[in-house]
Write a protein that binds this ligand. Structure first.
Ligand code: NAD
Ligand code: IPM
Ligand code: MN
Length: 351
């Protein structure tokens, strides 16, 4: 049987609660579909930072290099500034391993009572393709005149021809394999250097993908349309920050940000890709055992798909659909009273 080497980074808060549930689900599928997963667990977290002064060891990235995939919970916790924890662990992994595609699918499942009126189960099925390596997330900038009345902060965005072209090509190809529709998130009316460049490059790549119908929307109007007409969207391509915001919004439309998965992909496969729920460490509910594990479990399905087990991945998404359609077991974020463990047991029963 094929063995896959998986790096587990449970991380902080509910990250450490949901990663083990994904692992439980993965192990059932390995037995059924004839593959095995060997795990190496890393305690890299804010707790480690507070004890040892670093989120991960100096050779942390090298320790992950030979793995087939990385499964991560969440990073960041009160007590450590977010820019320190995230730029000390999550962002370096995404960048070192050239995971420039962040795929964030969302569906409104049968049995979900969406807070959005028009979001009927089955009708909403979209993917946010988030640029994951450049854009608004840059280290260029700084702070000046601290503590004076002349104080200021500057943060530069960086968009490269190569970076926008590759994310556009990925998104157009994905749209071609789906319903053939792509929307580009822009803000070229207000952000007058980078966003017109983004628009030009998207249009340039569109010409190479004639089978895909595409349009562009300003991010503000697009946010409104996610709520007013979410069924309209198939693939949405967005810069790093816009994609970050749109993916939480899309998850909320689907009922809870606890559902949404993410795949940080290195499409060339010269480095491991990383799979993680879209949500964070949720300090407000951490330690109570009530986190929704679906985001982590769906992320594990995306990992299996990436590792070449699409049938096993489908088993997981089918079980997610079943547990929501056929039972009323739900964690509190979806209006239920089940714990993370109870909900996971129910899902595994249906697997
Ligand atoms: P968050 O996603 O952690 O929480 C936002 C809200 O959603 C909270 O009310 C939380 O209880 C709820 N929620 C999130 N996931 C849930 C789940 N699985 N089940 C039920 N409810 C859930 O976002 P935040 O509060 O902005 O961030 C908290 C910390 O997590 C910060 O340190 C932030 O930087 C970090 N963060 C990390 C990641 C990551 O590692 N990829 C992603 C987002 C935020
Ligand atoms: C996400 C998170 C991260 C991001 C933060 C924690 C840096 O919000 O993965 O969506 O913005 O990429
Ligand atoms: Mn986010």
């Amino acid at each position: 049987t094929t063995n896959h080497r998986i790096a587990l980074i449970p991380g902080d808060g509910i990250g450490a609660e949901v990663v083990p549930t994904a692992q439980q689900v993965l192990d059932v599928l390995g037995r059924r579909h004839g593959f095995s997963l060997s795990y190496t667990s890393y305690d890299w977290s804010c707790e480690r930072y507070l004890q040892e002064g670093a989120m991960m060891p100096a050779d942390g990235i090298d320790q992950l290099r030979d793995k087939d995939a990385i499964l991560l919970g969440a990073v960041g916790y009160p007590g450590v500034p977010d820019h320190v924890s995230l730029w000390g662990l999550l962002i370096p992994i995404r960048r070192s391993f050239r995971q420039y595609v962040n795929l964030r699918p969302i569906r409104v499942f049968e049995g979900i009572d969406s807070p959005v009126r028009g979001a009927r189960p089955g009708a909403v099925d979209m993917v946010v393709v988030r640029e994951n390596a450049e854009g608004e997330y840059s280290e260029i900038g700084g702070r000046l005149n601290q503590g004076t009345s002349e104080e200021l902060a500057v943060q530069e965005s960086v968009f490269t021809r190569a970076g926008v072209t590759r994310i556009a090509d990925y998104a157009f190809s994905l749209a071609a394999r789906r319903r053939g529709k792509l929307t580009s998130a822009t803000k070229s009316n207000g952000i007058i250097h980078t966003m017109p460049f983004w628009d030009e490059l998207i249009a340039e790549r569109a010409a190479e993908h004639p089978g895909v119908t595409w349009d562009q929307e300003h991010i503000d109007a697009l946010a409104a349309k996610f709520v007013l007409a979410p069924a309209r969207f198939d693939v949405v391509v967005a810069s790093n920050l816009f994609g970050d915001i749109l993916s939480d919004l899309a998850a909320a439309v689907a009922g809870s940000i606890g559902i949404a998965p993410a795949a940080n992909l290195n499409p060339e496969r010269d480095f491991p890709s990383m799979f993680e729920p879209v949500h964070g460490s949720a300090p407000d509910i951490a330690g109570q055992g009530i986190a929704n594990p679906l985001g982590a479990i769906w992320s594990a399905a995306m990992m299996l798909d990436h590792l070449g087990h699409p049938a096993a991945a489908r088993d997981i998404t089918d079980a997610i659909a079943s547990v929501l359609a056929k039972t009323d077991t739900r964690t509190p974020d979806l209006g239920g009273t089940a714990t993370t463990a109870e909900f996971t047991d129910k899902l595994i029963e249906l697997l």
